[in-house]
Design a protein around this ligand. Structure first.
Ligand code: ZN
Length: 289
């Protein structure tokens, strides 16, 4: 495994650390608290020392940006990764080198402090104070874009309805079709385009929704996997979906329902959920990041 430690020059002529690019964690306070972000004062002897930026560093060769950002944050500061929920990502591509910012929410205002030599300080900075700091040039570019990115939604998927919208032989093997859909939903390590999920975000931001797949009938027994929670409807599938929407909607977590069923649409919209069509979801899943 190559750690990616090393200097490289991007197409814009800058020198950057990280042979495979770099990634960092833009950590936000819980949405119910006064808004603040966890920032690092870079140690004097580091690149751009004395500026404020986000925790992060070089990506390893075999790492996703999410894995790299979480690992670096855990190495550099007292970030309790069990209390961090990944919500969105944004790639600042310089050509030949790119920096991926992972936007995440903390479930508590955990105490933040440096864990190694790379930071002189790590602390929660209230949003109105960020622009008054000497910012790292990379962070100064992305901060105005990312400060108001909306939370990743809960995506409740009407499995029977979505399966029915693609003629792939699902009627011969409903359980197999449900597993295929589940596995497709689980295989999005780069997230989905945020705006297509009706999330407030600039172009290029990708969102990491929590996915709930509601199955019924012969698809019962489909098991949950990493990234997709499967719910088996005991009675009507529509009732189970409505129940999931009521149970999961919170002030900080909007709900999107994927279905083309008009009656169901009206019921979940009454609860404040927005509805996406099956075609939209399938197109997003088949589009490369
Ligand atoms: Zn560059």
């Amino acid at each position: 495994m190559n750690s990616g430690d090393g200097w490289t020059t991007c197409a814009l002529g800058h020198r950057h650390w990280g042979l495979f690019g770099a990634a960092g964690l833009l950590l936000r306070t819980p949405p119910t608290q006064d808004r603040a972000v966890g920032l690092q004062l870079r140690a004097d002897r580091s690149h751009h020392g004395g500026t404020w930026g986000i925790l992060g560093g070089a990506r390893h060769e075999d790492e996703t940006a999410v894995e790299a950002a979480l690992r670096e944050a855990g190495e550099e500061a007292t970030v309790d990764l069990d209390q961090v929920r990944v919500e969105a990502s944004y790639v600042d591509d310089h050509g030949g080198w790119a920096y991926t910012t992972i936007v995440a929410s903390a479930s508590s205002t955990m105490p933040l402090a440096p864990r190694n030599w790379e930071s002189d300080a790590v602390r929660w900075v209230p949003l109105p104070e960020v622009d008054g700091l000497a910012l790292h040039p990379g962070f100064a570019t992305t901060w105005p874009l990312l400060r108001d990115v909306g939370p990743a939604p809960v995506l409740v998927v009407d499995a029977a309805n979505v399966m029915g919208s693609r003629p792939d032989g699902w009627w011969r093997d409903r359980a197999g079709a449900a597993r295929r859909l589940r596995d497709q939903l689980a295989a999005v390590p780069e997230g989905l385009p945020a705006r297509d999920l009706a999330t407030v975000a600039p172009d290029g931001v990708r969102s990491f929704p929590a996915v709930v797949l509601v199955v019924e009938g012969q698809a019962h027994g489909t098991e949950s996997v990493d990234g997709v929670e499967v719910v088996s409807a005991t009675g009507s599938g529509d009732d189970a979906i409505v129940e999931e929407v009521s149970r999961r909607r919170t002030v900080d977590r909007p709900v999107r329902v994927v279905t083309a069923d008009r009656e169901l649409r009206a019921r979940v919209e009454d609860l404040g959920a927005q509805v996406l069509g099956p075609r939209t979801l399938l197109d997003l899943l088949s589009r490369p990041a």
